[in-house]
Write a protein that binds this ligand. Structure first.
Ligand SMILES: Nc1ncnc2c1ncn2[C@@H]1O[C@H](COP(=O)(O)OP(=O)(O)OP(=O)(O)O)[C@@H](O)[C@H]1O
Length: 257
């Protein structure tokens, strides 16, 4: 989505940071969140390029989920700005951010267990003029649940519920999908299925930010990695650079440098 035709938005700095003249899709600037005396996210400048797959890692309590909640608007920032696709999202609510092209899947499944797989997928399509049947069929194919389309969501395995929720988060083809620990508690087979799904979404051009603890999974899916520690960006680089960095091993893996 682009607002290049809107002169009021063109005159804002957001367009310089994430607009049509740059390949940066999301940029946070000085993003900060205080909880009382604790600074959970501390002056974070995070950039995500169009079509990029970036993993966000870091020790427990590093601020990963808080950063994701600030980007989606679930939490209000204490300081700083969030730019996305030429717009300043900082003061927009979550629904407006979704309309702008952001989507999120939180850690635990939020599917409607009493509804069928297809009925769950219809929920995000209520406000769209898309061809619902075509969109649902394409999504079912993408998440590998075509054969289970009429099954109640309560009957699905944990891994299938997670894939259904990724399907719900992607029916509207967001430009950026944020995933919080998408393979937590999954078997190896379920983890591999989600890895394939994430890669196919990325192959289709979707940018993703994935919070993850499982380094094997990060190694499998990731192009770029950001390490958060004590609310700050500690390192950024490729998975190889991050894995070989002795300071990252010390803070993240608990090893001595
Ligand atoms: N609503 C809240 N009120 C007060 N403190 C909070 C709140 N949410 C998070 N925190 C604190 O902010 C810090 C960052 O938490 P956050 O959950 O973002 O870390 P995380 O990197 O996602 O950790 P984990 O990997 O364990 O999920 C922690 O010290 C946490 O206790």
């Amino acid at each position: 989505m682009s607002n290049a035709s809107d002169p009021t938005i063109m005159s804002t700095p957001a367009v310089d940071r994430t607009g049509p003249d740059t390949d940066i899709l999301l940029a946070t600037e000085g993003l900060t969140k205080h909880f009382g005396g604790l600074t959970a996210v501390d002056s974070v400048d995070l950039s995500v390029k169009e079509g990029e797959l970036r993993c966000l890692i870091g020790p427990n309590g590093a601020g990963k989920s808080t950063l994701l909640d600030l980007i989606t608007g679930q939490l209000e920032s204490s300081e700083g700005s969030i730019y996305f696709d030429g717009m300043d999202l900082t003061d927009l609510d979550t629904h407006e951010r979704i309309d702008a092209g952001l989507s999120v899947k939180f850690q635990s499944p939020h599917v409607y267990e009493d509804l069928s797989v297809t009925e769950n997928l219809q929920i995000p399509l209520q406000r769209t003029d898309r061809d619902v049947n075509e969109t649902i069929n394409r999504t079912l194919d993408r998440i590998g649940l075509s054969a289970r389309r009429d099954v109640q969501a309560a009957e699905l395995s944990h891994g299938q519920q997670q894939r259904l929720e990724i399907g719900m988060a992607t029916t509207l083809d967001p430009e950026l999908l944020l995933l919080d620990e998408p393979v937590a508690g999954m078997s190896v087979e379920e983890t591999n299925e989600v890895a394939e799904l994430i890669q196919s979404l990325n192959d289709d051009g979707m940018a993703l930010v994935v919070i993850e603890h499982d380094m094997e999974f990060v190694d499998e899916i990731s192009q770029q990695v950001t390490v958060l520690n004590q609310g700050e960006i500690f390192r950024q680089g490729t998975i190889e650079e991050i894995q070989d960095d002795p300071d990252v091993r010390r803070i993240y893996l608990g090893e001595e440098a």
